[in-house]
Design a protein around this ligand. Structure first.
Ligand SMILES: C[S@@+](CC[C@H](N)C(=O)[O-])C[C@H]1O[C@@H](n2cnc3c(N)ncnc32)[C@H](O)[C@@H]1O
Length: 340
């Protein structure tokens, strides 16, 4: 019998009890990632793509000008990154599997009144809408840098308490501190997580909480194969220099920094095991995310050559069994409540 494409199985979780926190422990080996760290991409100012509902107490208002107080004088973490074209339809192909970690993440957020919330790297906004159900009093802003994703969000019926803005999450700052910040599968696209975490915690109201989920798969065959191909001379000229630094850090690294920022934390790492029909489905999955920079930079015969070499190697790395292809997908979760 043909397996359901991308059927998800119960994840395995490794956690270690820490004072006031659960710290997920994870192995860490230095490796290289795929994305360029510098490029010609310049920070673009935010443009609202939805009208803003009437203001409420503490309502986030998208990007405000950087404030001049000492507390807000952070390092500039909104520097150049190459732009990546997203394909919302392709991304949505494994919607159920991609949504599950979001629900696993927000389930661990503390209860309590929520008047304002932000979804950073909100994509096409379907999951942002579920936050409005969870927090019936909250004004919610979704921020994303992809015009393609936001165009899809704008095509959905408007929600009276949700608005979407176009912009870089690294530069986002609410006018008033917010009660919840959620970022699902987005922060792995940006660097300098130390400065970013400090900035995001600083955007929280007292007792507010931050929830972040990131794929943690730099060491997985999908990523190693892509990184190796990126460096091959036949592609490197078009793709540019491969990013040398790792963006997603070990779970304990985040735990240490969030505790130092005065948060109560819940940090864990899980491997979801997806059952795919075949290796071609694994390639389809990563074409929706990991390979976006490749698809944005290569075209025609070069892109075909990259994808065909990639597919061949993925087929070897993820052999088919009697029930399809098993596709392990590690993810890292951070929930931090600001108490100081
Ligand atoms: C894998 S998608 C996740 C979308 C959504 N959070 C979800 O879970 O379905 C990653 C999203 O992060 C956005 N993104 C990446 N870098 C960003 C940045 N610097 N600022 C704002 N959005 C960013 C992308 O445009 C994309 O929509």
């Amino acid at each position: 019998m043909q397996p359901a494409p991308g059927a998800a199985h119960a994840p395995s979780v490794a956690t270690l009890r820490m004072p006031g926190a659960w710290l997920g422990m994870t192995a860490f080996a230095l490796d290289v990632g795929l994305e360029q760290s510098a490029g010609a991409w310049a920070y673009r100012h935010l443009t609202a793509v939805r009208s803003v509902p009437p203001a409420r107490a503490g309502e986030p208002r998208g990007l405000a000008s950087p404030r001049g107080t000492k507390r807000h004088r952070e390092r500039d973490i909104s520097r150049a990154e190459p732009s990546t074209r997203w394909d919302p339809a392709l991304y949505a192909r494994f919607e159920r599997e991609r949504a599950q970690p979001f629900f696993d993440l927000v389930a661990r957020l503390p209860d309590g009144p929520v008047w304002s919330a932000a979804d950073l790297g909100c994509g096409a906004g379907e999951l942002t809408r579920t936050l409005a159900d969870r927090w019936p009093d909250a004004a919610i802003v979704g921020v994303d840098s992809s015009e393609e994703m936001l165009a899809k969000a704008a095509a959905l019926p408007t929600h009276p308490r949700i608005r979407f803005v176009h912009g870089d999450l690294r530069a986002w700052r609410p006018e008033a501190p917010v009660d919840r910040i959620v970022s699902n599968a987005a922060l792995q696209w940006v660097g300098d997580h130390e400065a970013l975490l400090a900035r995001l915690v600083d955007c929280l109201a007292a007792g507010g909480a931050l929830a972040v989920q990131m794929p943690d798969n730099d060491d997985e065959p999908t990523h190693r194969i892509a990184a190796a191909l990126w460096r091959e001379p036949r592609f490197a000229a078009q793709l540019g220099e491969a990013r040398a630094e790792r963006r997603v850090q070990p779970a304990a690294w985040y735990g240490e920094r969030l505790l130092a920022l005065g948060c109560e934390i819940d940090v864990w790492r899980t491997t979801y095991l997806h059952r795919m029909r075949d290796a071609a489905d694994v390639v389809e999955w990563v074409k929706g995310t990991l390979l976006r920079p490749v698809i944005s930079r290569l075209a025609g015969a070069e892109l075909d050559a990259f994808l065909s070499a990639y597919t061949e190697r993925v087929r070897d790395a993820y052999p088919a069994g009697p029930h399809g292809v098993w596709f392990p997908f590690p993810r890292l979760f951070l929930v931090a409540r600001r108490v100081a």
